[in-house]
Write a protein that binds this ligand. Structure first.
Ligand code: TA6
Length: 300
């Protein structure tokens, strides 16, 4: 499959399609600056984003599954049409554990390298969720930024609503030296306290225990700072009102078969999506949302 996709979508020096882990087809985007990103056809799952010096910015578990019916652990799982266990579907919905279609690759005139993938309903998804849809993901790789544009189109005859989130795992040197910024004063739903709602009092969120919070109507610009490396990543979202901060810490890490017991030390999730608000899309209409990750030195 990788070979066939390669013939159709490869662009010399910019886009390659190779066999990745588990023999799964993987699209590798390379920007002229040397930055790169990888996305698997499985789940349209971004598994890597490296800066121009080749430093990996996303976390990928060494224990991840690479199977057609399981999600990859790490990178950016696409959660759709349900977030977490907030409904009758499998946790985080079905989009992340099935193959999508690679639709288009392109190098724009400004040098940005793009790849577009799409998931549409199947007999299986209709069993789970009785709606016809087209879920699109467009990656845009620039020198020091990666944008994910998401689009949900109702291709059926009935109105539907959904949740969508980009469940991004950032790589960090040591979770004890990490902070998340931009959420002070925002109401969050604490998934560890039966969904209790509280207001974030900290301008700099640090980690010393399991943390699992959905920040409702969060500001569109957030930051993850990794003090150990001096690197900060800015996350800018559009039409994705909510943000999730998650680290499993020790006990949950040990309960996750596709996650190393000590891997919680080297990751933090700062997720963007529409979770509290479930957009309604009428037949023939669409919802769009996007998130841009950009690299900054901490002094900026
Ligand atoms: O985004 C946080 C969360 O909902 C946590 O509750 C935890 O379950 C995490 O997602 C991972 O979920 P997964 O189904 O990928 O194991």
């Amino acid at each position: 499959m990788a070979e066939e996709l390669g013939r159709q979508f490869e662009i010399p020096d910019s886009v390659k399609v190779t066999e990745g882990n588990g023999g799964m087809p993987r699209v590798v985007l390379t920007h002229e600056s040397g930055s790169s990103a990888e996305v698997y056809i499985h789940g349209a799952h971004v598994t890597s984003w490296k800066d121009a010096e080749g430093k990996e910015l996303f976390f990928l578990s060494g224990e991840s599954n690479w199977a057609i019916d399981k999600p990859i652990r790490g990178g950016i799982p696409v959660c759709f049409p349900q977030f977490s266990g907030q409904g009758s579907l499998p946790p985080h919905g079905f989009a992340r554990d099935r193959d999508w279609g690679l639709r288009r690759t392109e190098v724009l005139s400004n040098g940005i390298v793009t790849a577009e993938l799409q998931l549409t309903e199947t007999a299986e998804t209709l069993e789970l969720w009785p709606h016809q849809f087209a879920l699109g993901l467009r990656l845009m790789l620039d020198e020091d930024a990666l944008t994910l544009q998401t689009q949900v189109t109702n291709t059926g005859s009935q109105l539907f609503d959904f949740q969508l989130a980009l469940h991004t795992y950032f790589s960090v040197e040591d979770i004890h030296r990490v902070s998340v910024h931009g959420l002070e004063g925002i109401v969050f739903i604490d998934s560890l306290k039966d969904g209790a709602r509280e207001t974030e009092s900290r301008s700099s969120i640090r980690f010393k225990e399991e943390t699992d919070r959905i920040y409702v109507d969060a500001p569109d610009s957030l930051r993850v700072k990794d003090e150990a490396t001096g690197r900060a990543i800015t996350i800018e979202k559009r039409n994705m009102p909510d943000a999730v901060v998650w680290n499993p810490w020790t006990a949950k890490a040990q309960r996750m078969p596709d996650f190393g017991d000590d891997e919680y030390l080297r990751m933090v999730c700062l997720e963007t999506g529409t979770i509290e608000t479930r957009p309604c899309v009428s037949p023939g209409n669409r919802w769009q949302g996007e998130t841009t990750f950009s690299i900054q030195g901490q002094d900026r």
